[in-house]
Write a new protein. Structure first.
Ligand code: NAP
Ligand code: MG
Length: 404
């Protein structure tokens, strides 16, 4: 069989532990036999990040900006326990995802992989719901203050030119707690652009919700900036694709989402996204079935699984045991990146291969062949066999070969 040719490479970011093992198996069994793969390879494994003083992460992010598409394996974010586990670490390196997100100025979109044999808790959800969480500011960059006496708090802004704006926050008669938060126009605009870009790429409706009836100025700015961006840059393309941009209040959105069939991208402010993404993930079933895409305002995309490096399974693997680690989210990161590369380079065969890889993976699950984490999520009466990761990947590969 002739391999599918690529023209532009994509950025490949290797990672750690069990997901690094799966990474190699996915490439060997599901990609390399079918695609003449071109990648720029960056080893984001913890020890290589340490050797390069984390420069490799910065290089990988810059390469992503240049090439437009990346696929990333899960990586360890070191904490104190990891510093003991890896004594050679010279620093507690920052989260690679945080570094890459900052360089790309991107928004992460989290979407579940759905299939008929694993029904979401909300029975009317037929299609995946993708959450886009704004990743800057609000409560996460707030300052807090606790006071013990009666008194008055003021909020003062001093501009560089020397002008001042002062606002009385509240006069209290006893002990109180205070918080001041902010966001920037630039960050909100980048968030809006990433959301519109991703909706166009996915050909899905975009919903956005805030509480602008209460936070008239703060949330009002989010609403206004989204509207401005939509009108100025995306409306015509949305109409051409027959997709809609829909703004509503957060409480109304929650009620509507629960009663919907799913299938939309739901953009949320930082805190709302934090809460809702965990609710959606739990309702759809499993972290092992959640994919994640980081989208920059210019449409640059980095694809990955939402889960981590699955440490417990890795230590079993090191003891020579076979593990039943679920590779679905990592496979979908690869298929997503190949589809995007195909779209950008005008290579329909490459995009079609990404689609075929997803279809073969879903068919394998529907045939009742699954990793063991999914066994008790399957619908009652659905007959399934638990297999190890390698057997699961082999089963997908043989279906992929049959598809030609
Ligand atoms: P995790 O790796 O997601 O694993 C937590 C548990 O969830 C696993 O022990 C396993 O449960 C289950 N699980 C997750 N993915 C699975 C899969 N594909 N197949 C089967 N079971 C799966 O989270 P963690 O243990 O909190 O973090 C481990 C490391 O990953 C940390 O060093 C963290 O820094 C890193 N991390 C990286 C990213 C990223 O790169 N995007 C994200 C999160 C965490 P059982 O043990 O019960 O089987
Ligand atoms: Mg959360």
């Amino acid at each position: 069989m002739e391999k599918i040719q690529m023209t532009t490479p994509l950025v490949e970011m290797d990672g750690d532990e069990m997901t690094r093992i799966l990474w190699g198996m996915i490439k060997e069994k599901l990609i390399l036999p079918f695609v003449d793969l071109k990648t720029e390879y960056y080893d984001l494994g913890l020890l290589h990040r340490n050797e390069t003083k984390d420069q490799v992460t910065v290089d990988a992010a810059n390469a992503t900006k240049r090439l437009g598409v990346a696929v990333k394996c899960a990586t360890i974010t070191p904490n104190r326990q990891r510093m003991e586990e890896y004594p050679e670490l010279t620093e507690m390196w920052k989260s690679p995802n945080g570094t890459i997100r900052a360089i790309l100025d991107g928004t992460a979109f989290r979407a579940p992989i759905v299939l008929p044999c694993i029904r979401p808790v909300v029975k009317n959800w037929e299609k995946p719901i993708t959450i886009a969480r704004h990743a800057y500011g609000d409560m996460y960059k707030a300052v807090d203050l606790e006071t013990g006496e009666a008194g008055t708090a003021e909020l003062i802004f001093r501009s560089e030119s020397g002008a001042e704006q002062t606002l009385e926050v509240q006069t209290v008669s006893g002990p109180a707690v205070w918080q001041a938060q902010h966001n920037t126009e630039k960050s909100i605009r980048a968030f809006a652009r990433s959301c519109f870009q991703y909706a166009l790429a996915q050909k899905q409706d975009l919903w956005f919700s805030t509480k602008d009836t209460i936070a008239k100025v703060y949330d009002g700015a989010f609403k206004r900036i989204f509207e401005e961006e939509y009108e100025a840059g995306y409306k015509a393309q949305f109409e051409k694709l027959g997709i809609t941009y829909f703004y509503t209040l957060i409480d109304d959105a929650v009620a509507r989402v629960v009663r919907s069939k799913g299938g939309m991208i739901w953009a949320l402010k930082n805190y709302d996204g934090d809460v809702m993404s965990d609710m959606i993930a739990a309702a759809f079933g499993s972290l092992a079935m959640m994919t994640s895409v980081l989208v920059a305002p210019d449409g640059t995309m980095e694809f990955e699984a939402s889960h981590g490096t699955v440490t417990r399974h890795y230590y079993k693997h090191l003891k020579g045991e076979k593990t039943s680690t679920n590779p679905m989210a990592t496979i979908f990161a690869w298929s997503g990146a190949l589809k995007r590369r195909g779209e950008l380079d005008g290579l329909p065969e490459l995009s079609a291969f990404g689609g075929a890889l997803e279809a073969a993976s879903l068919e394998t699950l529907e045939a009742g062949i699954m990793t063991r984490d999914l066994l008790n999520l399957a619908e009652p009466g659905f007959e399934a066999t638990g297999v190890d990761s390698e057997e699961f990947l082999d089963a997908i590969a043989s279906r992929l070969r049959l598809r030609g």
